[in-house]
Design a protein. Structure first.
Length: 180
């Protein structure tokens, strides 16, 4: 899925819904952070969200890019992981050094210039520390997520569903409906 919208706030990227009791809840929020350069020049930003799956596995990659700096908040296993600019990692509000495993089944590590958050059930978030994130969900989350990254059913025509369950008329309306 690819769309553009002006956005300067925090947005729900992925949120689970109607899960069976054996699947962990997932919540991923992206926040656009206005850079000093943007403030000085009065520039606005466009968010670009691409959902794709170019490989042959059962997972789906959701790629999110922004012209502004991006920060992510990931809630899983009752732990909140914040990934901030320059690959800074916070777990439940406390700054951490990587590698760290704040809970069984949840691992955070830095490799090259990226931070990776991985769970034992197959969620992976790759964050570049500035404006790019790739979110990979295991196949059993198909049709069990909502948010800016869509519902993960493989059909692009129904991905722009707003928080209230109705179809957005345009990308701006869609984005605005997912303000966190």
């Amino acid at each position: 899925m690819k769309h553009n919208f002006e956005g300067t706030q925090s947005y729900v990227l992925v949120q689970t819904k109607n899960l069976p009791s054996n699947l962990p809840e997932i919540y991923i929020e992206g926040t656009n952070v206005c850079n000093d350069h943007d403030k000085k020049n009065g520039q606005s930003s466009k968010d670009n969200v691409n959902s794709h799956d170019d490989d042959d596995d059962d997972d789906d990659d959701i790629e999110e890019e922004s012209n502004r700096s991006q920060e992510l908040k990931i809630k899983v296993y009752n732990i909140t992981v914040a990934l901030k600019q320059k690959c800074k990692v916070f777990v439940n509000g406390q700054k951490m050094r990587t590698p760290v495993s704040p809970s069984p089944g949840l691992n955070i590590r830095k490799k090259s210039s990226h931070i990776y958050v991985k769970t034992d059930f197959g969620l992976t978030v790759k964050f570049g520390g500035h404006c790019k994130a790739v979110i990979t969900l295991p196949n059993f989350y198909k049709r069990r997520v909502v948010g800016l990254c869509g519902n993960f059913d493989g059909r692009k025509g129904n991905d722009q569903i707003k928080l209230d369950g109705t179809m957005a008329h345009n990308t701006q309306e869609f984005g605005d409906s997912w303000i966190a």
